[in-house]
Design a binder for this molecule. Sequence first.
Ligand SMILES: Cc1ncc(COP(=O)(O)O)c(C=O)c1O
Length: 390
Amino acid sequence: MLLPGVTLIAHRLPAPRTTAAPARVPASTTPLLTVDLATVTSSYGALRAVLPGVQLHYAVKANPSLMVLRTLARAGARWDVASPGEIDLVLGVDPDPSHLSYGNTIKKSADIAYAFARGVRTFVLDCARELDKLTEHAPGSEVLVRITTSGRGADWALGTKFGCGEAEARELLLEAVRRGHRVGVCFHVGSQQRDVHAWDEPLATTARLRAAVRRQGSDLSTVDLGGGFPAHTQVPTPPIAAYGLTIVDAIATHLGPDLPRIIAEPGRFLVADAGELEAEVVLVTERGGTRWVYLDIGLFGGLAETLEEALRYRMTAYRDGAPIEGPVGGVVLAGPTCDSADLLYIKHRPLLPLDLRDGDRVILHATGAYTTAYSSVGFNGFAPLREVDR
Ligand SMILES: Cc1ncc(COP(=O)(O)O)c(C=O)c1O
């Protein structure tokens, strides 16, 4: 409705006449994620080496690019998928559906039926209604019951939305056995987990659940250790060998000597360190005595894990292809969009050169996981994050 006295005049304006050649959207080489596939292969080998006998199901959500999937397929990986889209993607690279586990606890009946029709036979759930859906649409499949974890020690906790307590898990396992399913237990200790002991408590719970299943004359077919193995961010983490030693020890203590199939679902560890994200500095300015740096990528362009400053990426500033030398100072770092939520770091201020100016480049290291997949389709008209291999 128009305000009194206001009339629309747009229709009286003459149509604009264009004489100049149409302008082009300026070409931009950034933001760009470069993934080093040799590093993906070596990370896979490193995790295999420290977790002997554990099948690695790559959590496809971390980086679903075909080049990453093909690299991991060549290395011998199996797959943790979260949706029919990921099932199709993976089966295009590795046609054996027995290599897939459907790790999402929240599934439409139609999606369960689709997965089953494509040959997937391992599904994760954490409540009775999902078990009903599964018995109906994926009869006889293996059911992994996800138990909750505290998420302590993780930079990106996954405990609130998923998993059930021990008593509920016992009920679900016993009911699943009664319905003719093979059963297992699964958990996720939280992503970017910095405490190597985080797997101990859920493995102790798993052992008690196993005892209950055995009393019913059955056994666990699989124990799934989830993901959580860390990337190299600004916050130090123990070496991967320390994770391996501690977890192997906890498995032997709680589940040995007669082990079920043990699998893990690493995402971040396999791909994060392989990725370097190049961004352009759009603006450097002072606001109330603080230096603000705006990049051409932010929360909506793929850096969603900076939410609440959870993941603190390492950074290097470049000019004309060389690192910028000289004194550095803390900055507030923000993305390029017209949304005030598009703030990367305001509490933990990254150190960047005092001489930094627009047109310079900032490389964000260890960004091969959870970046391209999170990138919006075009918020504010910015294109989704591109990815190339090296
Ligand atoms: C079910 C499930 N498995 C595995 C992963 C991979 O975890 P990470 O990247 O910490 O290894 C995730 C991550 O969100 C997940 O949700």
